[in-house]
Design a protein around this ligand. Sequence first.
Ligand SMILES: Nc1ncnc2c1ncn2[C@@H]1O[C@H](COP(=O)(O)OP(=O)(O)OP(=O)(O)O)[C@@H](O)[C@H]1O
Ligand SMILES: CC(C)(CO)[C@@H](O)C(=O)[O-]
Ligand code: BAL
Length: 299
Amino acid sequence: MNTPRLVTTAAELRSATEELLEKAAAANSSRIPSLALVPTMGALHEGHASLMGAARADNDVVTASVFVNPLQFDDPADLQRYPRTLDADLELLGRAGVDLVFAPSEAEMYPGGAPRVRVSAGTMGTRWEGAVRPGHFDGVLTVVAKLFHLAAPRVPARFRAYFGQKDAQQVALIRRMVSDLNFDVEVTGVPIVRAADGLAESSRNRFLDAGQRQAALVLSRALNLLKERAAAGRPLDLPDAVELVSSQPGVELDYFEVVDPQTLEPLAGTAGEPLAGTALALLAARVGPVRLIDNTLLP
Ligand SMILES: Nc1ncnc2c1ncn2[C@@H]1O[C@H](COP(=O)(O)OP(=O)(O)OP(=O)(O)O)[C@@H](O)[C@H]1O
Ligand SMILES: CC(C)(CO)[C@@H](O)C(=O)[O-]
Ligand code: BAL
């Protein structure tokens, strides 16, 4: 097993990145090396391992960050109980072949306290997850912008960043930020990893008991139903899928919509007509102590 190098300050991250990129450039002088950044909040699982695997397959140097970003939590209790498991995370990152782990303290990331100037996610960040967690996406984009600046190569290299499709609204917003604000980074979205029972892997799944987990399976079942209908060219009948979830005891639906995958605007005609083109079905629900999100691309 490779042991990743753990750095906790911006200065260490910069010099370790430069050293690894120079080594990669010397080992293969026929092309410029590539650097991958995989941002996480830790408590890593198979979903994260898949992100690391995608980054490892395509790049010379892979950096993962582990930072529970207080700016993106609107609920202090959620922030306080967010699982922090750095030792186990380092083991997983080692097995995944990650080179460098950036795990800064809050004081390192926000030396002056909460930043007064932030990236605004605009109206795209006030829908769906943003409606339920006000300010969440401003917090996400602000920390991601900072991580891009901190991790970016300062020697010639391609720079790529990897995010999971599980957080589909987050990936769409990060892509918009990169294009609207001219960040020099290529964004890759990695498919959702699910447990054998169909539940999308999430750090928060550990808070579900067996009955709650069983109830939560209705979410992926409802998304699959839409996927099957879309693949067969049949009307989606979204209200029927919404009813399937709403009638499951123990599951409280926050939203369930079919939207444009880039703009996240709702698509018309999701009840009676077959789908024209591609779409994203996305939902969030509260199950026992946790909020779960899930989505699928259609068809
Ligand atoms: N099941 C999954 N499949 C693919 N990517 C995932 C999965 N779970 C998380 N990711 C991705 O990993 C990155 C880090 O996510 P994060 O650390 O918030 O994990 P998480 O499990 O989504 O946590 P939580 O759901 O509790 O917030 C994000 O880009 C996220 O989309
Ligand atoms: C992208 C991210 C690491 C920013 O804190 C977080 O939102 C996450 O883990 O998805
Ligand atoms: N993966 C999204 C991080 C959060 O729930 O804050």
